[in-house]
Design a protein around this ligand. Structure first.
Ligand code: NAD
Length: 250
């Protein structure tokens, strides 16, 4: 098993890609803390993948809250003894032109997508140091690498921030064996994209930009995240793993 004996915390793990990763990590031998604001979904996910008292637990985590991060990291350490892996996966999307974007829209998206990654990293690092190292995987987007008219500036800016935050953190903590990498998924079939995927016009535009000709599935991303979480990637830090069906290759 590729994560045997490791302890992982996944933000935004109640549904979508994070939920798939929680299940995969568990199957690969990790103990998993799932943190999310969606409490019912998160609790039933943990119940279905691990059962009562199993190797996974749900904690309510709003990634914009320092107190919630402290509690989530404490839960990992008090329940499972340490923290080896953090997946900063929680995120929200945004659309609309810059003129249509309010200050509230901007702050909300930047707080969840960018500040949330900073806070998670900030509170995970001391525990990873105690564990002798760790792996932090920050979920950015292909839209953190290139622009797209149909996406919103707050989303793209937040995902660009995640990309460079990752490199900053990677350099700061490499000497302590803490690796930090970003993952850049293209369009993936998750609840986040459900409404727009079912609009034939939007679907056509999106598919025309994906050389592999389909939306990705959560597992397409999860196996990349698994690689970065595992010791197989022990010489990889500050890198950007693009899993976008070829979107950014054109
Ligand atoms: P999703 O909406 O299905 O799941 C996201 C999860 O994040 C939800 O469970 C939600 O409750 C949680 N979340 C939102 N705000 C939160 C907060 N303040 N605190 C804690 N949890 C919060 O989305 P997904 O498609 O699985 O996306 C996962 C990540 O991948 C996101 O960062 C997203 O931006 C990124 N991404 C998605 C796609 C895509 O096409 N689906 C593409 C590129 C990047």
């Amino acid at each position: 098993m590729r994560l045997q004996g490791k302890v992982a915390l996944i933000s935004g793990g109640s549904r979508g890609m994070g939920a798939f990763e929680a299940d995969l990590f568990l199957k690969e031998g990790a103990k998993v803390v799932v943190g999310d604001v969606r409490e019912d979904e998160g609790r039933s996910l943990v119940q279905s993948i691990a059962g009562d008292g199993g190797d996974a637990v749900f904690v309510r985590l709003d990634v914009t809250s320092e107190e919630d991060w402290q509690a989530a990291v404490n839960e990992a350490v008090s329940r499972y003894g340490k923290l080896d892996i953090l997946v900063n996966n929680a995120g929200v999307s945004a659309r609309g032109s810059i003129e249509e974007t309010t200050v509230e829209d901007w702050d909300r998206v930047m707080n969840i997508n960018a500040k949330g990654v900073f806070l998670g990293t900030r509170y995970a690092i001391p525990e990873m140091r105690k564990a002798g190292g760790g792996s932090i995987i920050n979920i950015s987007s292909q839209l953190g690498l290139v622009g797209m008219k149909e996406s919103g500036a707050p989303y793209q800016s937040s995902k660009g921030a995640v990309r460079l935050f990752t490199k900053s953190a990677a350099i700061q903590y490499a000497s302590e064996g803490i690796r930090v990498n970003s993952v850049h998924p293209g369009p993936i079939a998750t609840p986040m994209t459900e409404a727009r995927r079912s609009d034939p016009a939007v679907r056509e535009v999106m598919l025309s930009r994906i050389p592999l000709g389909r939306y990705g599935e959560s597992e397409d991303v999860a196996y990349g995240v698994l690689y970065l979480a595992s010791d197989e990637s022990s010489f990889v830090t500050g890198s950007e793993l693009v899993i976008d069906g070829g979107w950014t290759a054109q």
